[in-house]
Design a protein around this ligand. Structure first.
Ligand code: FAD
Length: 425
C-alpha cells in the first residue's frame, strides 16, 4: 500500500474570514450581501460547544440586518428581559428591566445555546452566499511586505493557500493574527478565570424574571456567579474569580472547587437545590486582553480576535456582531475604492473604542469592593437609565457615559485604551 500523499491546493477570493463564530458569520453574511466572494474557514465542525450564552438587546439591529430575527423568534431560546444582581449577603437587587427605558421588541433579547445559535448564524451566512468550509484550520496569515495577502490553512492531509484582497481575523480567543504579529496584550486590571457547568431543574423566578441573567457576588466578594436560563430547563452556571484564588492550593479538580464555591454562596446554592448537574465542569482563564492595533493593510480583527473585556455584562457576542458588521462595511468601502489600507479597514476604531470604554468603566465599578450600585442609585436615581443603556449595549453615543463623571467622584476608573500602529486614535 502506498503512503498517503499530502496534497496542496490554492484558491483566490475577495475576502477570507478566519473563524465562523458570531463575528466571522456576521462579516461573511454582509460581505456576501454586498456581492463579494467570501470564504469562511472554521477549524471545528458545527455544532460545537462554546461559552457565552447571554445576549444584550442592542444585538437586535445586527440580527435584523442579517435576516436572523425570524429564526430567533421561531426558536425556543428563553427571552431575556432583565439582569439582576445579588449582593454578597445574598440579597436580591432590583432587576434592571430593559424595557424600562424603551418598551419595544428590541429591548428584549435571547439566552442562547451557543452550539445551536452559532450553527444558525453560520448557516445563515451560507444562505446569503458565503462559502463556509468547516474542519479547516488556518495556520498563518500570509504577508507581502506589510500587506496581508491571504492565509495558509490545513484540512486533514491537505494544505490550502487562499489568496484574498482582505483577511478578516475572527478566530476568537485564539487571536491568531494578533499573536502572529505580537500585538496581543493582556488586560492587567481584569485578570480572571471561570469554572462553569450546566444544571437541569434549577430554580427560576416566574413571569418576566424567568429569563433573567443573574449575577451573584460570592459572600467574600472574591468573585461572582452567573446563572443563565436555557431551553429544556437547563441553566448555565459559572463562577468567575482571579485564577490565584480559584486554582492555588485547592487541588487539581476544578469540579471540587466549583462545588465548594457553590456551597459557600447562599444565593446560588438555594437556586441549585434539587438540580442535577448534566455536564462536566469547564475551565477557562486569562480571557481579558486586546490587540494594540485593529487593522493594517489587507487585514482587520473582529470580535474576540481583537479583544475581550470581561463576561460580567454579557457584551462579548454583541461586540462580535457589531465589529463583524462594521468590518463588512469598511471592507466593502475599501474594496470599492480600490484601497484596502489599514486606515480604511479600521475606520470604525474610534467609535468601537469609545463604546468599549463605557463597558470597561462599568466593569471596573462592579469589581471595585468599595463601590455599591445600590448606594449609588440611592444618591443618584437619575443615572439608573444611563446604566440600563450600557447594560443593553447602547454604548455608541455620548450620553450614556455621563454617569462616569459622577462615579469618578466615588472610585477611580480606567483611562481610555489607545491603539498604536498605523491607525491614529
Ligand atoms: C467565562 C466567559 C463567559 C462569557 N459569557 C458571555 C455571555 O454571557 N454573553 C456574551 O455575549 N459573551 C460571553 N462571553 C464572550 C463570548 O464567548 C465571546 O465574546 C464571543 O464568542 C466572541 O465571538 P467571536 O465570533 O469573536 O469568537 P468565537 O465565538 O470564539 O468564534 C471563533 C471561531 O474561530 C474558530 N477558530 C479559532 N482559531 C481558528 C483557526 N486557526 N482556523 C480556523 N478557525 C479558527 C473557532 O473554532 C471558533 O469557532 C463569555 C466569555 C467567557 C470567557
Amino acid at each position: 500500500m502506498s503512503p498517503k500523499r499530502k496534497t496542496s491546493k490554492s484558491a483566490t477570493y475577495d475576502c477570507v474570514v478566519i473563524g465562523g463564530g458570531p463575528a466571522g458569520a456576521t462579516a461573511a453574511t454582509l460581505l456576501a450581501d454586498y456581492g463579494h466572494r467570501v470564504v469562511v474557514l472554521e477549524r471545528e465542525r458545527f455544532p460545537r460547544h462554546h461559552i457565552g450564552e447571554s445576549l444584550v438587546p442592542q444585538s437586535y439591529w445586527t440580527f435584523k440586518r442579517l435576516g436572523m430575527l425570524p429564526k430567533l423568534k421561531a426558536s425556543d431560546f428563553p427571552l431575556k428581559q432583565s439582569v439582576q444582581f445579588v449582593s454578597p449577603s445574598g440579597r436580591d437587587g432590583q432587576p434592571y428591566y430593559f424595557t424600562e427605558r424603551d418598551p419595544n421588541e428590541w429591548s428584549i433579547t435571547w439566552q442562547v445555546c451557543r452550539d445551536r445559535f452559532d450553527r444558525m448564524m453560520l448557516e445563515n451566512a451560507r444562505e446569503h452566499g458565503a462559502e463556509v468550509r468547516e474542519g479547516v484550520s488556518v495556520k498563518e496569515v500570509l504577508f507581502d511586505d506589510a500587506r496581508a495577502v491571504g492565509v495558509r490553512a490545513a484540512s486533514g492531509d491537505e494544505t490550502l493557500t487562499i489568496h484574498a484582497k482582505v483577511v478578516i481575523d475572527a478566530s476568537g480567543a485564539s487571536t491568531l493574527l494578533s499573536r502572529q504579529l505580537g500585538i496581543r496584550r493582556p488586560d492587567p486590571g481584569l485578570k480572571n478565570a471561570a469554572i462553569y457547568a450546566y444544571y437541569k431543574g434549577a430554580y427560576r423566578d416566574e413571569g418576566r424574571n424567568s429569563g433573567a441573567t443573574l449575577v451573584l457576588h460570592t459572600p467574600d466578594r472574591h468573585g461572582w456567579f452567573w446563572s443563565i436560563p436555557l431551553p429544556d430547563d437547563i441553566t448555565s452556571v459559572g463562577v468567575v474569580a482571579p485564577p490565584a484564588y480559584l486554582f492555588t492550593g485547592r487541588g487539581d479538580d476544578p469540579l471540587a472547587t466549583f462545588e465548594e464555591e457553590i456551597a459557600q454562596c447562599p444565593g446560588i446554592r438555594r437556586r441549585l437545590e434539587g438540580a442535577l448537574r448534566v455536564s462536566q465542569a469547564f475551565v477557562t482563564s486569562d480571557f481579558s486582553y486586546s490587540a494594540s492595533q485593529l487593522a493594517g493593510d489587507g487585514w482587520v480583527l473582529i470580535g474576540d480576535a481583537f479583544g475581550f473585556l470581561d463576561p460580567v455584562y454579557s457584551a462579548g457576542v454583541f461586540l462580535a456582531l457589531k465589529t463583524g458588521e462594521w468590518a463588512a462595511d469598511a471592507v466593502h468601502e475599501a474594496m470599492s475604492a480600490g484601497e484596502v489600507t489599514g486606515a480604511r479597514l479600521g475606520a470604525f476604531a474610534p467609535g468601537l473604542l469609545r463604546g468599549m470604554h463605557l463597558i470597561r468603566q462599568l466593569i471596573h465599578a462592579f469589581y471595585d469592593p468599595s463601590f455599591s450600585f445600590r448606594e449609588f442609585h440611592k444618591l443618584h436615581p437619575e443615572y439608573r437609565d444611563h446604566i440600563v443603556r450600557i447594560l443593553i449595549g447602547d454604548v455608541f453615543n455620548d450620553e450614556a457615559g455621563q454617569v462616569f463623571d459622577v462615579m469618578r467622584q466615588w472610585i477611580s476608573l480606567p483611562e481610555p485604551v489607545k491603539l498604536t500602529g498605523s491607525i491614529a486614535q
